[in-house]
Design a protein around this ligand. Structure first.
Ligand SMILES: [Zn+2]
Ligand SMILES: [Zn+2]
Length: 369
């Protein structure tokens, strides 16, 4: 095993990451050390780097780490169903386990949530975050990736997948039967929207539509390969009115059963409210950072008796559901694998430039390209 590991250290908003090297040491009690296989650059990381979300300098950000477990106490690992050599996915969320949300079985919405990657990089064993060749994570936060699932493929939607699934799981908790729905619209085709669209098609929703900016034709085409019926492009003339009219007609004048907001654009929300039928369901996991306010027509919520659910974090349960979904759908694997573009850890700043430019569907740091 290597004696040192490179990592990309977050130095503050809008300044380049610093690439440093730290010694690889024996993991502390309760921790596992894993060697990088793939680590995703998330939209959240771009928000942190650009200053839209908080983040402390001299930490290793990155929360989509997939690696191979190479050092831990075997007896401790066994308690979590893990052993050395396993491919693992790390979940950074540490719910308190004691607040009303945790006690109600909804620990993704814990009011005292902590994260495993917040420590200062000078604090041994240094490498807590995802942007590193070696990662230290509590064994309780590692999940074994089943044999037969390519780790890089798993990394593609490592956070967008569970994020999307958590919104669906909140709908299920509210007794909403999404697979039985006929017509759904996904707003936004970033990673969360793409995964949500893929999932809706895979679970059998008959007509899945998507809405995109139209600036990324490759992504629109990709959505169609996952079974999306049509992508409405907002850069086309009269786009919102034309889409609304077409979807009303397609649903016999009723409106759609489900809208899934994954664009992050406040302007998407009044459009979504308008598209829904009476008792329609609006899932809103996409508004993850503050892009300003928007006027809505609250009477639509009342008169259509809408069901609106927000969703933000996810927990280990959702990561487990994500792995199960991938295992159940081998037909998707090759297409998902093709979405990732890998960069070495030392090329982190180039990876971020390309991610900002929207060049890749999924940007990830990898050990071997
Ligand atoms: Zn993420
Ligand atoms: Zn809690």
């Amino acid at each position: 095993m290597q004696k040192t590991a490179k990592c990309a250290v977050f130095m503050g908003h809008n300044v380049p990451f610093e690439v440093r090297e730290y010694p690889v040491t024996t993991p502390p009690k309760g921790y596992g050390a894993s060697r990088l296989l793939a680590s995703g650059v998330c939209g959240t990381d771009l928000h942190i780097h650009s200053g839209r979300l908080g983040g402390d300098p001299e930490t290793i950000i990155g929360h989509e780490f997939v690696g191979q477990l190479f050092d831990c106490d075997p007896a401790e690992a066994a308690e979590y169903g893990l052993k050395i050599g396993d491919n693992v996915i790390a979940d950074i969320a540490v719910p308190c386990g004691e607040c009303p949300l945790c006690l109600a079985g909804d620990d993704a919405n814990c009011v005292r949530m902590q994260c495993t990657n917040e420590d200062h990089v000078d604090h041994a064993p240094y490498l807590f975050g995802g942007y590193a060749e070696v990662n230290y994570t509590p064994l309780a936060n590692l999940l074994k990736i089943p044999e037969g699932l390519d780790p890089r493929m798993v990394c593609t939607f490592a956070c967008p997948g569970p994020t999307a699934l958590h919104a669906f799981s909140l709908a299920k908790r509210a007794n909403i039967d999404i697979p039985a729905m006929k017509t759904a619209v996904v707003q936004g085709l970033g990673p969360v929207g793409m995964f949500a669209a893929m999932w809706l098609c895979a679970v059998g929703v008959e007509n899945v539509y998507a809405v995109s900016t139209g600036k990324n034709p490759d992504r629109d085409a990709l959505a169609l390969t996952f079974g999306v019926k049509k992508v409405f492009r907002l850069n086309e003339e009269n786009a919102v009115d034309a889409m609304t009219a077409e979807l009303l007609e397609a649903t016999g004048g009723l409106g759609v059963d489900l809208v899934y907001e994954a664009s992050g654009a406040p302007s998407a929300v009044p459009v979504g409210l308008n598209l829904l039928r009476n008792r329609g369901v609006y899932l809103i996991p996409g508004q993850y950072s503050n892009h300003g306010d928007i006027a809505i027509s609250p009477q639509l919520i009342t008169f259509k008796a809408l069901q609106i659910l927000g969703s933000s974090q996810y927990s280990m349960v959702d990561v487990r559901d994500y792995l199960a979904f991938l295992s159940d759908h081998p037909e998707l694997h090759q297409r998902i694998l093709a979405l990732g573009t890998g960069y070495a850890v030392e090329d982190v700043n180039r990876a971020f430039e390309d991610a900002y430019a929207g060049k890749n569907v999924k940007t990830m740091l990898v050990m071997e390209k």
